[in-house]
Every structure is written in C-alpha cells, then in structure tokens.
Design a protein around this ligand. Structure first.
Ligand code: CMP
Length: 150
C-alpha cells in the first residue's frame, strides 16, 4: 500500500481543525498508521523543505512550520499520495476546488493548513524523515473489503 506524510500545520492546529481534517481523511477510506503531535525544530524544517531553498517564501515557510505544534501523520491507501492531495486541494487555497480542505477552510498559500507528499517516492522519503519505523503501526482494518475490491 502507498504511504504519504500529512502534516496539519500550525494554523490547522491553532484553528482547531485537527479533528475536521482527520475526519475527512478517515471518511474517504484512508487508513492512519502513525501520528505524533510535535514542535518542528529548525533542522527538520530545513531538511523537509530543502527543495524550496531560495524561493521568496522560504524564510516565512520555515518560521511558519516552526511557530507552533504540528500534527504529523502517516496515512496509507491505494494511490494515497494522489488521493490525499485531491482531498487537500491545490496549494494555493484560492485555487482549490470546492469541497477540498483548503477551499473550505483556508484563503492564503502561506497559511494552507496542511502538507502532504507530492509523489509516491517523496512519500517514502518524508515518512522516513519524520517517523522511526517503530512509530508506525501496521494493522488490519475489517472495513477494507468495503472500501476496495480485494
Ligand atoms: P506545502 O505542501 O507544505 O509545501 C511547500 C509550502 O510552501 C506549501 O505547502 C505552502 O505552504 C508554501 N508555498 C508554496 N507556494 C507558495 C507561494 N507561491 N507563496 C507562498 N507560500 C507558498
């Protein structure tokens, strides 16, 4: 099964949207296999966002992600990376489709509530960066037969 890293960023935590975001991912049929509520240190932020070094929004991005706790999670499912990004909506909330999390709860790209891995390979890299293997819980879900045709 494909795995993806999801962060509920400081704005999502501060605005009390952890439950709403998790509710939508669960309702979609995705499966949570890891979660931790944590402050992000500068080193982790720099490693996670290294592809954005030099972009005008990079310094603000580091301040934002380190400013307050995040809810870091690993979710699993068929095509989990693409499916989660669809549920989140476009990076810029003003372009996100109605019914997506960013459309329904956000307005501005620098406060876009969530991060999710953008490719399956990146999902694996990000999961390894944020979680130790022993922090992930593999479990059987007896509704899987009703979510996928097995
Ligand atoms: P995220 O999915 O965490 O990946 C990189 C982040 O940079 C993105 O979400 C936004 O929070 C931020 N970001 C991306 N593009 C822009 C932009 N054009 N202006 C400001 N912030 C951006």
């Amino acid at each position: 099964m494909e795995r993806t890293l999801i962060l509920i960023k400081p704005d999502g935590v501060q605005r009390g949207l952890i439950g709403e975001i998790i509710k939508r991912l669960e309702a979609r049929g995705l499966k949570i296999i890891g979660a931790k509520f944590m402050k992000v240190d500068q080193k982790l932020a720099e490693t996670h966002y290294q592809e954005h070094v030099g972009k005008p929004f990079y310094p603000g991005l580091l301040r934002y992600i380190c400013s307050s706790p995040v809810m870091a999670m690993v979710w699993e499912g068929r095509n989990a990376v693409a499916v989660v990004r669809q549920t989140m909506g476009k990076t810029n909330p003003s372009e996100a489709a109605p019914g997506t999390i960013r459309h329904d709860f956000a307005l501005y790209p620098e406060r876009n509530l969530t991060h999710s891995s953008d490719k399956p390979e990146r999902g694996e890299e990000e999961v390894s960066l944020w979680f130790k293997p022993e922090e992930l819980v593999e479990w059987d879900r007896n509704t899987d037969d009703w979510i996928y045709s097995l």
